[in-house]
Design a binder for this molecule. Structure first.
Ligand SMILES: [Zn+2]
Length: 405
């Protein structure tokens, strides 16, 4: 996979190993001149405010607020879905429905996981739109640059413009016919800079051939970037664990591994996006024990504000330990190990470098991070602070957590 190398607003990189193509997806293309600054943290008050770690990197990251270039994650997101084909790879008659159906589950994911806070309104092109250039003129497999990506998106918009109204569009989705293998993968840009029907379009995702491997959740992953979330897989595998691009979070979040067993967004990300209420966040006190009863993350979007979704223990200005309850419900239905998922968040670490790292309750086990959650009845000591987290079974599928500093 060839990805654009840039330094701002965050770094993407070239993955030399072709094996990575089947392990990770997407990339975010940005202009070299982009330099989104870090906004001051929001001035929210209340018990959770102390745990709202301020963003400490430019661009996509895990801090508050999300990148200023992100689209709002609540309210209505108006998407233009353009189906494109090419003179060298025309779309077969009758293939439009299949292409639409493949992405539909991604829209459903966003609406469900947000608990209805995000409403996606999709308007599709009237059939396949013929691109002006053959598919091979867009170098997806030869190091797609930001400029190449914008040219591709701009061509799609221009080709559709005669019959499509872009005047009220927030994000452009371009999906290529399955017949075009040269449109290999599915990058995102938050810096489009194309005007159509008087509307300055800034956000786009283009879906390539890899969507047929990932399914519609690729749309939800890429939309995560549109909304400001970072990649949680590692752009470079650890030197002592070569080839393991998933050493940070395994399959415990859609921004880490689309095909993972537990692709529910982490509670921390939901909080970043405004999909959790502050009242659902238990910010542990630094000098006395804190207890919480956590509902499964999968249902947190529609839970009552008094139903706890996570415990956060702040370690520094940019680091915190988070505990959430993962159970085999919702998009987590396929997880093999349930219980307390513990991870650290570091808002000074950029996208793709491990801003979130899951703590493995069974280090060295053959299952990697798949069996990372701590079982009720166990405990864990945070190594830098000495704080002890203990986990106990709660009623139904809830999880009791006590943090003792
Ligand atoms: Zn990504």
């Amino acid at each position: 996979m060839n990805q654009l190398r840039t330094t701002r607003p965050y770094r993407a990189l070239s993955l030399a190993a072709t094996a990575a193509v089947v392990l990770v997806t997407g990339a975010v293309t940005v202009p070299a001149s982009a330099s989104a600054g870090v906004s001051p943290s929001s001035a929210a008050a209340g018990p959770a405010a102390e745990c709202r770690l301020p963003a400490a990197v430019d661009g996509l990251g895990s801090g508050f607020p999300v990148d200023e270039q992100a689209l709002p994650a609540t309210g209505t997101l108006k998407a233009a879905l353009l189906y494109v084909d090419f003179e060298d790879h025309p779309a077969p008659a009758g293939s439009l429905d299949e292409a639409g159906a493949n992405l539909a589950s991604g829209v459903e994911y966003l609406e469900r996981v947000s608990g209805g806070r995000l409403d996606v309104e999709t308007t599709s092109s009237d059939g396949w739109v013929r691109m002006p250039e053959p598919s091979t003129s867009y170098p997806f497999d030869r190091g797609l640059s930001y400029e190449d990506h914008v040219r591709y998106i701009g061509d799609a918009i221009a080709a559709a413009d005669a019959t499509f109204d872009f005047s009220d569009v927030d994000v452009v989705w371009v999906t290529a016919t399955k017949e075009a293998p040269d449109i290999t993968y599915s990058p995102t840009t938050n810096f489009l800079d194309v005007t159509a029907d008087g509307n300055h379009l800034t956000h786009a995702v283009t879906f390539g051939f890899d969507q047929w491997r990932w399914g519609g959740l690729v749309l939800a992953h890429e939309s995560g970037h549109t909304l400001g979330l970072p990649d949680l897989y590692l752009f470079e595998a650890p030197p002592d664990d070569p080839g393991n691009w998933h050493a940070a979070v395994g399959g415990w979040d859609l921004m880490g591994l689309i095909s993972g067993a537990g692709p529910e967004y982490l509670a921390w990300h939901r909080w970043q996006l405004g999909w959790l209420e502050d009242a659902q966040v238990v910010c542990a006190e630094p000098r006395r024990a804190t207890s919480a009863l956590l509902r499964p993350v999968a249902g947190s979007g529609t839970a009552a504000p008094w139903q706890d979704a996570m415990v956060v223990y702040r370690l520094s200005e940019t680091r915190a330990v988070v505990v959430e309850n993962r159970q085999p419900v919702g998009y987590d239905a396929g997880i093999g190990t349930s219980g307390a998922l513990v991870y650290t968040v570091d808002t000074s670490v950029p996208s793709g470098e491990g801003p979130v790292r899951v703590v493995d309750s069974t280090p060295g086990s053959a299952d990697g991070l798949d069996d990372a959650p701590f079982a009720p009845g166990s405990s864990w000591t945070e190594p830098t602070s000495g704080a002890v987290l203990t986990f106990r079974p709660g009623p139904a599928n809830t999880l009791g957590v006590t943090m003792t500093p």
